[in-house]
Ligand binder design. Structure first.
Ligand SMILES: CC(C)(COP(=O)(O)OP(=O)(O)OC[C@H]1O[C@@H](n2cnc3c(N)ncnc32)[C@H](O)[C@@H]1OP(=O)(O)O)[C@@H](O)C(=O)NCCC(=O)NCCS
Length: 186
């Protein structure tokens, strides 16, 4: 089989729509966040594997903030496209919308980003085709993702640093305005 060197964004763009049934709801009658996350993971896989032409795994998930609740009876659509490719990794952007067909409303619940890695038959990361950017939106998303990756790397370094510099001896002063109590059990 010939190896494809590059693919346009549009070739792997994927939308899935699913009816939100009562079994997906929590005790408050709203749809569980986990149901939406599972759908997002599936559409991310479909999109990434279409581009990569191979099996992909989920490595990290960014910007999952549910801005509005989803109700039973709504149609949830996930619009996904490959925003960026590295060597073996791909970042899939997913826009989630919930449609109420009776009211004729569509609400945007979240836009999230899944980093996926393509794997070969030996379960090792393998190179994916380059991304062909065919319009301004494709270019904008690629650059946005490059910037987000840079920010994420610097935040990761700061978080690792923050974890390594915690002095428990100073904790009482540091936590005096927080909603916790220190009662060390020896
Ligand atoms: C992620 C994984 C493939 C990395 O494997 P590795 O042998 O360390 O490979 P590398 O260090 O070469 O990384 C491969 C790619 O993943 C990217 N990557 C690794 N960790 C990452 C992270 N935390 N966030 C974003 N990207 C990451 C690297 O940047 C690299 O991208 P590039 O090839 O485009 O430059 C491996 O740890 C894995 O298989 N994890 C389990 C994934 C899984 O099973 N997911 C399902 C959920 S249970």
């Amino acid at each position: 089989m010939t190896k494809v060197d590059a693919k346009p964004v549009r070739v792997s763009q994927t939308t899935i729509t699913e009816l939100m049934i009562p079994a997906y709801a929590n005790f408050g009658g709203k749809i569980h966040g986990g149901i939406l996350l599972s759908m997002m993971d599936k559409v991310a896989y479909a999109t990434a594997s279409k581009h990569a032409g191979t099996y992909c795994v989920t490595v990290s998930v960014d910007k999952v903030e549910f801005l509005q609740p989803v109700e039973v009876g709504e149609l949830v659509s996930m619009h996904a496209s490959v925003n960026y490719v590295g060597n073996s990794s791909l970042v899939v952007g997913i826009r989630v919308e919930a449609q109420n067909v009776k009211l004729g409303t569509i609400k945007h619940t979240n836009s999230s980003f899944f980093t996926m890695v393509a794997k070969n038959d030996d379960d090792k990361p393998m190179q994916v085709p380059k991304l062909i950017l065919e319009n301004d939106e494709d270019v904008k998303r690629f650059i946005e993702t490059m910037r987000m990756k840079e920010i994420k790397n610097s935040v990761k370094e700061k978080m690792d640093d923050a974890k390594s510099k915690i002095e428990v001896d100073n904790a009482r002063e540091l936590l005096k305005d927080q909603r916790c109590q220190i009662k060390i059990r020896l």
